[in-house]
Design a protein around this ligand. Structure first.
Ligand SMILES: C[S@@+](CC[C@H](N)C(=O)[O-])C[C@H]1O[C@@H](n2cnc3c(N)ncnc32)[C@H](O)[C@@H]1O
Length: 374
C-alpha cells in the first residue's frame, strides 16, 4: 500500500529546504559582494544589463529543463540580482567615502586593519565563546585536535612554571592550561575580549590577563617561560610574526616548548573555487587579500590574516627553535556542509578519525607547529 507522509513530516522537510534556500542566498550575496569589490576596484558599472539578461535566460532554460515555471524561477533570480546591485551600490558609496581619507602608507593601512580588529572584537566578544563552542563542527573538531597536541607537548615539559597564551581572546585556552602550570599569562590586544576573560579569571587562581600588542614585544623577562601557545590560527593574524617568534625565543627557558597555529594556504578548502554550502569552519580567510572578511550587515570589516604553506610556516622559526611537529587539520570536515554533522555522532566521529589520519598531509585548514628552544 502507498505510504503518505504526514503533514508534519512534509512541513519539517519544507523547513529544511527553506533553510538551504537561505544558506544559498547567503552564499550568493557573499559572491555578489566579491564581484562588487572587483567592479569598484576596476571602475566597472554596477548594473550590466546584458550580463544580467543572459543570466536570467540561463535560469529560465534550466527551470524549463526541470519542469519548473520559468517565470517563477526568473522572478526569484531577479530579486537576487536586485539585492546584489543594491549592496554593490552601498559598497561603491562606502569606498568613495573611504577614498577621501585613504591610507597613504602600508603602515597606515595596517593601522586601519588593527582598528578594524578592535571594532570586530568589540562586537564579537559577547558571542565568541558560544560561537566556537556550538555552531561549527569542523572548528570544534580542530579545537579537540589542538587539545590533544597541546597535552602531548605539555607532558614533555619537566618544570611547568610559566605558560603564555598569546592572543588569548576570552581566555579559553588560558583556563585550559591553568591546571598544568604554576602561572598562566594571557595577552591580547582587545580590551573587550579581555573583559570577558577577566570574568573567568575570578574563577581561576593562577591566571592573569593583560592587554598588550604582541608586535611591540612580550612583556616577560629573558629565559623565564616554560611554554608558549598561540592557537586557532592566531599566528596568521599577526603581521610581524617573525618578530614575535624572536621574542618567544627570548622569553623561553632552554628546553621550553612552543605551540603555534597558522592558516594553511594549501588547504583543501581554499583549493575549491567555490563551495555552494555553508561549511563547518567558523573562519574562512580570503587567501588572495591576506585578510579575513567579516560581513556585518552591509559593511565588510577586513582584519589581517595571512595564510602560509607548511614550508613557509617552518621557515619563520629562528635558529635555536627546533621544530618537532608540523601538522595540518581539519581536512575533510572543513569542506563538508555543516548540517551533515548536526546530531550525527557516528558521522562526526568517523570524519574526525579521517581528519586525524590526514594530519601529516598538507591539506588541513590550519597548520600546527610545535617544538622546543634548544
Ligand atoms: C583567533 S583569536 C584567539 C583565539 C583564542 N586563543 C582562543 O582559544 O579562543 C585571535 C586573537 O588575537 C588577538 N590579536 C590579534 N593581533 C594581536 C596583537 N598584535 N597583539 C595581541 N593580540 C592580538 C585578537 O584580538 C584575537 O582576540
Amino acid at each position: 500500500m502507498e505510504q503518505f507522509l504526514s503533514l508534519k513530516e512534509l512541513g519539517s522537510r519544507l523547513y529544511k529546504v527553506d533553510m538551504l534556500v537561505v544558506a544559498l542566498l547567503k552564499r550568493r550575496m557573499d559572491l555578489a559582494l566579491q564581484v562588487g569589490e572587483f567592479k569598484v576596484r576596476n571602475g566597472q558599472k554596477i548594473f550590466r544589463a546584458s550580463v544580467e539578461s543572459k543570466r536570467l535566460a540561463q535560469v529560465k532554460a534550466e527551470a524549463r529543463k526541470r519542469n519548473l515555471s520559468q517565470h517563477f524561477a526568473a522572478s526569484i533570480l531577479y530579486q537576487a540580482i536586485n539585492e546584489s546591485c543594491k549592496q554593490q551600490m552601498i559598497q561603491l558609496q562606502n569606498t568613495n567615502a573611504r577614498r577621501h581619507k585613504k591610507a597613504k602608507t602600508e603602515k597606515e593601512s595596517y593601522r586601519l586593519l588593527k582598528k578594524n580588529l578592535l571594532l570586530l572584537t568589540r562586537r564579537w566578544a559577547d558571542s565568541y565563546d558560544d560561537q566556537y563552542d556550538k555552531a561549527f563542527f569542523a572548528t570544534h573538531a580542530y579545537l579537540d585536535f589542538e587539545d590533544q597536541i597541546l597535552e602531548q607537548e605539555i607532558r614533555q615539559i619537566a618544570d611547568r612554571g610559566i605558560a603564555l597564551d598569546l592572543g588569548c581572546a576570552t581566555g579559553r585556552l588560558s583556563t585550559k592550561l591553568s591546571p598544568s602550570f604554576r602561572w598562566v599569562y594571557g595577552y591580547d590586544l582587545s580590551p573587550h575580549m579581555l573583559m570577558k576573560a577577566n570574568a573567568k579569571e575570578k574563577k581561576v587562581q593562577n591566571v592573569s590577563f593583560i592587554e598588550a600588542d604582541l608586535e611591540k614585544g612580550i612583556p616577560q623577562s629573558d629565559s623565564s617561560v616554560s611554554f608558549v601557545a598561540m592557537n586557532l590560527g592566531t599566528a596568521s593574524d599577526i603581521r610581524d610574526i617573525s618578530g614575535v617568534l624572536k621574542e618567544v625565543k627570548r622569553v623561553l627557558v632552554s628546553g621550553g616548548r612552543f605551540f603555534f597555529s597558522f592558516y594553511n594556504r594549501e588547504a583543501l578548502l581554499y583549493q575549491w573555487d567555490f563551495i555552494p554550502w555553508p561549511v563547518g569552519l567558523a573562519a574562512e580567510i580570503n587567501i588572495h587579500k591576506h585578510c579575513l572578511d567579516v560581513h556585518l550587515g552591509a559593511k565588510v570589516l577586513s582584519v589581517y590574516a595571512r595564510p602560509y604553506t607548511s614550508k613557509e610556516a617552518r621557515n619563520l622559526f629562528p635558529k635555536g627553535m627546533k621544530l618537532s611537529k608540523v601538522l595540518t587539520h581539519p581536512t575533510i570536515s572543513s569542506i563538508l556542509p555543516n548540517n551533515l554533522f548536526e546530531g550525527k555522532a557516528s558521522i562526526q566521529k568517523s570524519v574526525a578519525d579521517i581528519d586525524r589520519h590526514l594530519a601529516k598531509a598538507h591539506d588541513g585548514a590550519y597548520i600546527i607547529v610545535t617544538g622546543k628552544k634548544m
